[in-house]
Design a protein around this ligand. Structure first.
Ligand SMILES: [Zn+2]
Ligand SMILES: [Zn+2]
Length: 371
């Protein structure tokens, strides 16, 4: 009984042990606290660093978070400086390219007037002279008119303010809604209605309002080059022989003016033949796209879509395809038969079919986009 009271009160011999025991207990606690102190500090510090790291990561991710983000977006970001450089260079090169088109075309026209036409006048019968005069001047007029219009006509931009126009997506660069067939041009740094491509030779984007001018320019330039290379073929062969013969001994007695004419005819034929082949191929490619009711940008998108649907056992149908002839009618803005003459074969400033913001799609109307 007394032992139990001693234990409870901590007095007596048992009380002395209890006091030591308490002291050792306090010392042990102190030591443990002392040992734990730096460990606890390290833990706090490491957890604080980890927290800061996690916070920073979340903050960084939140700044770039986008539900659409994928590997393509990451690659785009990585190559952004290169794109910027190419875009700026193309913008500046555009001025050089336009000057080149004007200088080279003018040089050919001058050679035709100074060298080719005098030979035609002196050697050809009257009906051929009339044909060359009429066709040559008509082709030149169409070429100059369409080049001027293609370079100066605005391709068309979507509205910047809020509107009721149906849109398909939002442009990542402009942060404005994009109507169907609209794409962003990184060189113009704007969204372009029914964008086909950015043409450095025009220093302008080819879009809804100048697509016809661009194609007509390509067509009339090709026709003009083919015309020049065919008309001047015999003259080129004679001039080439004359230049070759100048290396003979004794050299033929050509005057300085005759030698200049020979060189000019060779230059004319080589340049026009090369441009006829190169530009002819491009024009043919654009003619195929117009027949299919596609733009150059849509060609890639539709091909990808066609493959994707094929894997699912479905067939892709271009929603902007109205039939081969109708596509051409819409493209040239032909409404009645006489328009083929007044709007295609003569210079015309009429506006294209539609406003470039909304499109009537026969495939959608018949609900046969993918079957
Ligand atoms: Zn844009
Ligand atoms: Zn552009």
């Amino acid at each position: 009984m007394s032992d139990s009271i001693e234990k409870l009160c901590g007095t007596g011999s048992g009380g002395m042990r209890s006091w030591r025991w308490y002291l050792s207990k306090v010392m042990r606690l102190f030591l443990r606290w002392f040992r734990l102190c730096p460990r606890r500090g390290r833990r706090k510090r490491s957890s604080r660093i980890r927290d800061l790291w996690n916070y920073g990561t979340v903050l960084l991710k939140s700044l770039y978070y986008n539900v659409q983000t994928n590997s393509d977006t990451v690659l785009d970001c990585v190559f952004e400086p290169i794109y910027w450089l190419v875009d700026n260079m193309t913008r500046w090169f555009g001025v050089v390219f336009v000057s080149l088109v004007i200088v080279l075309t003018s040089s050919i026209v001058i050679i035709v007037y100074l060298c080719v036409l005098p030979i035609i006048f002196s050697t050809y019968p009257v009906h051929w002279i009339l044909w060359h005069l009429c066709y040559g001047h008509w082709n030149l007029l169409m070429l100059v008119f369409h080049y001027y219009k293609a370079t100066t006509t605005c391709p068309g931009f979507p509205p910047q303010e809020k509107s009721d126009i149906p849109t398909v997506t939002i442009c990542k660069k402009c942060i404005v809604p994009k109507p169907a067939r609209t794409h962003h041009c990184s060189i113009c740094n704007r969204c372009i209605l029914k964008m086909d491509h950015h043409c450095p030779w025009l220093n302008n984007c080819v879009g809804h309002f100048n697509h016809r001018y661009f194609f007509s320019f390509c067509l009339y330039m090709t026709m003009g080059c083919v015309y020049c290379s065919i008309s001047a073929k015999d003259m080129f062969l004679d001039a080439y022989d004359a230049i070759e013969s100048s290396y003979q001994t004794p050299p033929p007695a050509f005057t300085h003016q005759e030698r200049m004419v020979h060189k000019s005819l060779v230059y004319l034929w080589v340049l026009t033949s090369s441009v006829a082949v190169a530009l002819g191929s491009l024009t043919l490619w654009h003619a195929v796209l117009i027949t299919r009711g596609e733009t150059s940008v849509e060609r890639h998108i539709n091909r990808r879509e066609r493959k994707r649907l094929k894997l699912r056992g479905k067939i892709f149908r271009n929603p902007y395809h109205h039939g081969k002839i109708n596509n051409w009618r819409r493209f040239f803005g032909v409404e009645k038969r006489s328009d083929w003459l007044t709007r295609v074969l003569l210079p015309s400033c009429h506006l294209p079919h539609g406003d470039g913001l909304t499109w009537d799609c026969p495939a959608y109307r018949n609900n046969t986009v993918a079957i």
